[in-house]
Each structure stands twice: as C-alpha cells, then as structure tokens.
Write a new protein. Structure first.
Length: 122
C-alpha cells in the first residue's frame, strides 16, 4: 500500500516514514500542498497523511483541491489530517474540506498505524 506523507517538518516526516515502513507501507513524502497535487498527477496513493499547516498551500486548501480532481480514484483517496493546532478547525470544517480523519500532534504512532490500516485495508 502506498502512503503519501505531506508534512513540512522533516523530523515528523522521517519518524512517520520509519514507523510505516516497518509496517511494509511504501512511503512518499512532500513538504507542502502544491507538491501533493504535483505528485498526484504522476502517481496513485492509498492514503494521504496531510499536515494542516504547511507553506505554499496548506492542508485544508490542498484537500479541497484533491476532492475537486476529475480522476475518480484520486479524488476519493482517504485524507487524514495531522495537526498540532486543529482546535483552529472544527470536525465539520475538516469534513467540508473532504478530510476523512484526524490525528493530533504529537503523533501517537500506534494510533497512526491503526488509522492507516483502517483506511487502506478495505
């Protein structure tokens, strides 16, 4: 299963990568929402872990853009928001942006693995 990690923090990106690679996931990572949209033009993913606060294009705007894609496979990829200050957003705002789930920072890696499994083992 292929996981796209969109996260501007190298530390969180690397930890997430290591944890999920131990679970046999194939990981790609980018640092902002524009890079997410760029890589989605070339590749398919089973899930996107989306940091909400990123430079260039944040996770909310990027999620809305993904949901607006014409490709029915890409426009329905599960998106899991990752944020340290999600209290700035309500669950309704996440849903409105097309986000399927939410993981708070600091990440609980057991919850991370459970969440990725839940959305990729359909």
């Amino acid at each position: 299963k292929k996981v796209l990690v969109a996260e501007d923090s190298s530390v969180i990106q690397n930890l997430t990568k290591k944890i999920l690679q131990m679970q046999s996931y194939q990981i790609s990572s980018v640092k902002n929402g524009k890079q997410v949209l760029d890589i989605l033009q070339k590749e398919n993913f089973d899930i996107i872990l989306m940091d909400i606060n990123m430079p260039v294009m944040d996770g909310m705007e990027c999620s809305r853009n993904i949901r607006a894609l014409e490709d029915p496979v890409k426009s329905t990829i599960p998106i899991i928001a990752i944020s340290g200050n999600a209290q700035n957003y309500s669950i309704d705002e996440f849903k409105e942006a097309g986000i399927n789930g939410y993981l708070p920072k600091p990440l609980n890696f057991d919850t991370l693995v459970e969440t990725v499994k839940k959305y990729t083992e359909v």
